[in-house]
Ligand binder design. Structure first.
Ligand SMILES: Cc1cc2nc3c(=O)[nH]c(=O)nc-3n(C[C@H](O)[C@H](O)[C@H](O)COP(=O)(O)OP(=O)(O)OC[C@H]3O[C@@H](n4cnc5c(N)ncnc54)[C@H](O)[C@@H]3O)c2cc1C
Length: 657
């Protein structure tokens, strides 16, 4: 019987056999963190629901993140699973079953943080927890790293196998050995991190002894035929670290060993900020910026190769396979923002895929509050609730005032629940503040999300009334049961002499033009996230940009990883960032400020852009509050924030009706 191919993506839709398992297509779900685990590091129902949801969208395999093989010396992030202990078996088995419900393979990521283990606990005072790595050193955070003894190395190798056996017993299908991103295996592989002079360090052969021994240990534990995936960073991007040429040699050695079924090529080192934003490509990098690493390695090995990083478009995935750059495409953040990506691609609905905009909101949640979240997918973190479907409700008449991301999500969710929804927007287009992103190249995915949400509202039968300003009278005349007020915020105009009457001063609406009407010399008042991104954009258009920020930090409202990416951009472009500098007066020449030393300094400007923040528009929302029997405010109308809050609050307000 001849195999049929998927008519949209024939290569991406083709199965691949790894070991004794056949994976149904070439899209694999890469590990990417998880909702918080139980205090004993077993999985909660929320964890399992997260993977269940991730697997439901059609990926061929889903990998469970951060399964630590030795909690005492290897715990990196706190959202980790203790795979060294058989107590994990009940919840881990249920997790495998949840993934298997969807004809999806269950993989487990074997993790040991090496010298980065216990860093956070130590920083918080647990000084008795020692940190061990291949070599003795003082870490960048000032803490002491002890050199692993021979016995410790042998113990770690044993634990990789031991944990794999537990996972196999739980019903998992594939071991994913994390040999990249700076965790312990890469620490041994890296000439920058491994300075040992014994048989475990020095030459490439000696630095590869640990990873090859780990592979052997895992293979012994799981037996022949059980698929093993090995992740390698295709280049470290670390001073003194290995480059692609050496990574090719490493991959060849793994290939020659013949025990691994898939070589997964990522990049960089987690714990070094500049490399982190390459490992997880920031929005300032092109999509698929690490594919070239996989492509080069693939030329030198016979083992199948996977690529990962900043890939969100099935057309690009198909092209990667067609051009022979990789055999498998792995998605991590993209399956967070839209777990249904594979299914939509394979069934001809690629235009309905929400694309990851690489804002790093997901990492922010994981690394701070340990709450997994996605700016554009309000269901993340609430999968258990959503797996039951929407609560039944009596159809009601609903008005949503304001067509920004909050209003659109509210209207869409309310319509999906069967309510009769009218969405009122005073502008001629839906999108709210996101319309500012239309021409900013690195924000295109975010803008496209707004366009997609508008289309979804239309398709869901929302009655969209554009060019219509909602007044209390209009709302009263509509006789609705509930109104959701999503009228957003207003820009703040700081009390600066001359600011209101100078022709030089402009608001962020200049960004709405493809060719922003600004002069050559632009001074931006306000170094928050919006001011900084605007500076990077205008710098890219060839403008001379100065950012004036009164506090000592820039973009404090950006997720930490995005902050790093912005910092990296600032270091590579020409933006003049002036911290601790307060704007005082607008003159014919430009902006007069007081610098950190109290000196007066004038920045000549053709245009002075106001990016001094936003404040919720209480005047509008208060006026509308009792114009319907029940109203609820969401998003920037409550507190100027970001899309994360607007879309989540819109979604849950609609679920309350
Ligand atoms: C330049 C810029 C860049 C940004 N970048 C990011 C980013 O990268 N990531 C991020 O998460 N956030 C970003 N933000 C913030 C984000 O856009 C807002 O938090 C988000 O748009 C708030 O959504 P919302 O639906 O609450 O309000 P808004 O997007 O402000 O939408 C409110 C809508 O209500 C309409 N409206 C107001 N009054 C009425 C009325 N009486 N009748 C009818 N319609 C009315 C308005 O026209 C508007 O369309 C950015 C903001 C700006 C300005």
């Amino acid at each position: 019987m001849a195999d049929l191919v998927n008519k949209y993506y024939p290569l991406l839709g083709s199965p691949i056999k790894l070991g004794n398992r056949t994976f149904k297509n070439r899209i694999f779900g890469a590990p990417m963190g998880q909702p918080d685990v139980a205090p004993d590091f077993t999985m909660t129902d929320d964890n399992i629901a997260f993977y269940d949801n991730r697997a439901s969208g059609g990926a061929a395999s889903i990998c469970v993140s951060e399964c630590v093989i030795d909690m005492k010396t290897g715990l990196g992030h706190t959202n980790a699973i203790d795979l060294s202990n058989r107590n994990i078996l009940p919840s881990f088995t249920n997790c495998a079953k949840a993934i298997h419900k969807h004809d999806c393979m269950a993989a487990f990521e074997l993790s040991h943080a090496g010298k980065f283990a216990n860093a956070r606990n130590q920083a918080e005072g647990a000084k008795d927890l020692l940190r061990y790595g291949p070599s003795e050193e003082v870490a960048t955070d000032g803490q002491e790293i002890h050199e692993m003894t021979e016995e410790m190395i042998e113990a770690a190798i044993y634990h990789y196998g031991h944990s794999s056996a537990i996972a196999k017993e739980a019903g998992f299908d594939m071991a994913f050995i994390h040999g990249g991103h700076g965790w312990i295996i890469q620490q041994f592989m890296s000439p920058a991190m491994n300075r040992r002079t014994d048989e475990w360090g020095g030459t490439l052969e000696k630095r590869m002894k640990f990873p090859l021994a780990v592979i052997e240990s895992v293979r012994k534990a799981v037996g022949r035929g059980f698929p093993i995936e090995f992740r390698i960073s295709g280049a470290e991007y670390l001073p003194g670290g290995y480059d692609l040429d050496e990574a090719v040699r490493m991959a060849e050695m793994i290939d020659e060993q013949g025990l691994v079924d898939l070589i997964h090529v990522s990049a960089g080192v987690h714990e070094y900020p500049d490399a982190f934003v390459i490992t997880h490509p920031s929005m300032f990098l092109e999509h698929g910026s690490n594919v070239h690493l996989a492509a080069e390695i693939k030329k030198h090995v016979s083992t199948p190769v996977a690529t990962v990083g900043g890939i969100n478009d099935p057309d690009m995935m198909e092209e990667i396979l067609a051009s022979g750059k990789a055999d498998v495409v792995e998605l991590s953040r993209q399956l967070l923002v839209d777990p249904q990506t594979p299914k939509k691609a394979f069934t001809g609905h690629k235009d309905d895929i929400t694309k990851c905009c690489r804002c790093f909101t997901c990492f922010k949640g994981q690394l701070t509050t340990r709450v997994l979240q996605c700016a554009l997918n309000p269901e993340i973190g609430h999968e258990a609730e959503h797996r039951q479907g929407f609560r039944p409700t009596e159809p009601k008449k609903v008005a949503v005032i304001g067509g920004g991301p909050g209003g659109m999500e509210a209207a869409l969710t309310a319509a999906k629940r069967g309510h009769q929804v009218t969405l009122i927007e005073k502008n001629s287009r839906l999108g709210g503040e996101l319309l500012h992103e239309e021409f900013v190249p690195f924000k295109k995915d975010l803008f496209d999300y707004a366009v997609l949400q508008a289309k979804r509202c239309e398709e869901a039968g929302v009655d969209i009334k554009l060019n219509t300003e909602a007044t209390p009278e209009l709302l009263q005349s509509m006789d609705v049961d509930v109104a959701i007020i999503a009228t957003g915020a207003k820009p703040v105009t700081p009390p600066i002499e001359g600011i209101t009457d100078s022709p030089k001063v402009a608001g962020l609406d200049v960004l709405l033009d493809k060719d922003p009407k600004v002069g050559q010399k632009v001074v931006i008042i306000g170094g928050g996230l919006v001011g900084c991104e605007t500076a990077i954009y205008l710098d890219g258009l060839g403008k001379d940009v100065t950012v004036v920020e009164m506090t000592g930090n820039f973009a404090p409202d950006a997720p930490e990883m995005h902050h790093i990416a912005i910092d990296k951009e600032f270091r590579s472009d020409r933006v003049d960032l002036r911290l601790n500098t307060a704007a005082k007066k607008v003159t014919d020449e430009g902006l007069v400020c007081t610098d950190a030393d109290g000196n007066e300094v004038t920045f000549p400007a053709d245009t002075i852009l106001l990016a001094a923040g936003f404040r919720s528009d209480d005047e509008t929302s208060n006026a509308l509050r009792w114009a319907a029997p029940w109203t609820v405010r969401i998003g920037d109308a409550v507190k100027a924030g970001q899309v994360l809050q607007a879309s989540a609050q819109g979604h849950f307000a609609a679920l309350d009706i």
